[in-house]
Design a protein around this ligand. Structure first.
Ligand code: HEM
Length: 170
């Protein structure tokens, strides 16, 4: 009986410690909210009706972040970018099944990015509610799924080498 209770206590402890290790969230001194998962770091700061975002991960290819009400690519508002010889490229895309296409209206600005020692980072600003059906409505203090992925090439039409998703409260 004692062995059974000990096993039960350890099982509960390990299941909790694993779920904490998967996702960590905090606010830094500059007011950036930060969430980390599977080697991806996503930072955000809401400014009135816009949201400033940064995403970084180990890759020499593309990096992307998507917003959705489920942890799926389908219907996600995806912002995808890369840094190549020509500079930084960041585009507003829409998830369709297990693919995505460039939105007709590009609701993304304040684009910045850098790539160094195998790590790529992109910065951008998007509206919380662009009114574009190819975007996702974000609301402060509401939950949202953030999906993130990297590809090993700069071409946005290549599949990911790594992906993750987190649920956050904006
Ligand atoms: C042309 C580009 C892409 C292709 C061909 C593609 C393809 C796929 C496929 C076949 C799956 C299901 C198999 C698996 O789990 O690996 C999948 C899942 C997933 N992908 Fe992608 N993907 C692409 C881009 C992206 C981007 C840009 C993101 C993030 C912003 C992303 C995030 C995810 C996530 C979170 C899943 C698991 C949930 C789901 O099935 O939707 N993918 N992708």
């Amino acid at each position: 009986m004692r062995t059974f209770i000990l096993f039960f206590v350890f099982a509960i402890f390990f299941s909790f410690s694993n779920s904490f290790a998967e996702q960590s969230q905090y606010v830094d001194e500059q007011g950036w909210n930060t969430v980390s998962s599977a080697g991806f770091v996503f930072k955000w700061k809401i400014n009135k009706d816009e949201i400033d975002c940064r995403v970084e991960a180990a890759t020499k290819g593309w990096i992307a972040v998507g917003f959705n009400n489920v942890n799926r690519m389908n219907n996600a508002n995806i912002i995808i970018g890369c840094v190549d010889k020509k500079g930084v490229k960041v585009e507003d895309h829409f998830g369709k099944g297990h693919g995505h296409h460039k939105d007709k209206i590009q609701n993304v600005k304040n684009i910045f990015g850098k790539e160094s020692i195998g790590k790529t980072e992109i910065y951008f600003t998007i509206p919380l509610d662009s009114k574009d059906p190819e975007d996702f409505v974000l609301e402060e203090k509401r939950p949202v799924f953030v999906i993130m992925a990297v590809g090993s090439k700069d071409s946005f039409s290549t599949i990911h080498s790594k992906k993750t998703s987190v649920k956050i409260i904006l």
